[in-house]
Design a protein around this ligand. Sequence first.
Ligand SMILES: Cc1ncc(COP(=O)(O)O)c(C=O)c1O
Length: 389
Amino acid sequence: MKYNFDEIVPRRGTGSVKWDHCAPGAIPMWVADMDFKAAPEILEALQKRLDHGVFGYQLVPDQYFEAIDGWFTERHGWSGLKRETIVPTTGVIAAYSAAIKAMTVPGDKVIVMTPCYNAFFPAIRNNKCVQLGNPLHYENGLWSIDFQDFEEKCKEARVLLLCNPHNPVGRVWTREELLRVGEICLRHNVFVISDEIHCELTYPGHDYTPWATLPEAMVLNSVSCISPTKAFNIAGIQIANIFAADPAILAKMDRAINDNECCDVNVFGVTALMAAYNHGGAWLDQLREYLLDNARTVYCFLEDHLPQVVASPLEGTYLMWLDFREVIGSEPGASERLASVLERQGGVKLSTGTIYGPVAEGWERLNIACPRKLLLEGLNRLSQSLPLQ
Ligand SMILES: Cc1ncc(COP(=O)(O)O)c(C=O)c1O
């Protein structure tokens, strides 16, 4: 093993949202960043840029677009990512928020597949749109899209805000599922904004399908929001890109990120992105193996010590979606109460399930992107907190 993901890097007191917004002594397994150092290849590039010592306003160089194009073509069979089809921005939230702004007028309806990433909700609200939930279907431990409900919602919606792969249920949508979504959207003139920030974090047998590799009509009816920040653990550096195949749509995106004043990118974001896409492949592959072993550790632990808690199969992301309903039921407030007790008394902080939508009552989200020793300590604390046996 070339990289050491077992190293414990102290983060408390560094201004980390994950660690410093967490009860004293508790292990934070909530907000979606990882407790690993970034790849040495990225650190080296940042150090070199730092050593230059001048950090004026940053142009986005050709090499930036070449790095994106090279990575996505080689890794994901997605070509066509060029300066002419991309607008860089400060983050994926900024990206999809600008896209909503560009493609809607106040009062338009935006579909989200719930439970879904919690920062989707304010972006819809802040753009004066109305959220339409399309609850995912859960049966025999598996999550799927309720296409019948989706088509009904499309009859009144203007935009679908898709999460591909999906946070928090951990699904990596298949090409077939995306094609079905795309056909329904075309039929009802619903524009697709695909948030693909988790695209690198997939596990064997579950390949990521970029929305932009679907048939042309579907691609022209969409934008994709991508970033290396989640997979390479550089979320605090903040950089992202909006892809649109249709130049008229791209011009609207450009207008919207200018209106929102989020069109200037960070010096270090540009450097980090190029280092990640040009030199981060080996680190990422080893990380994915480590995370897969962490997920297996969770499955085994739950089976042995907490059989009443059921983990949804993790196809992608490092966020495990846990069903606590057998333990806490699904009455209003159940998720929040459990998360609060776990943090304050149990010494482990999970994300409250219902922040991803009220449909998630009785669920919690567990971030497993940490050294195995911390993960096991967190799991032990979880099992000691729950009077289950
Ligand atoms: C689906 C999804 N989109 C966007 C983000 C945040 O993106 P950014 O930090 O680039 O704004 C997250 C962070 O967890 C996420 O899970």
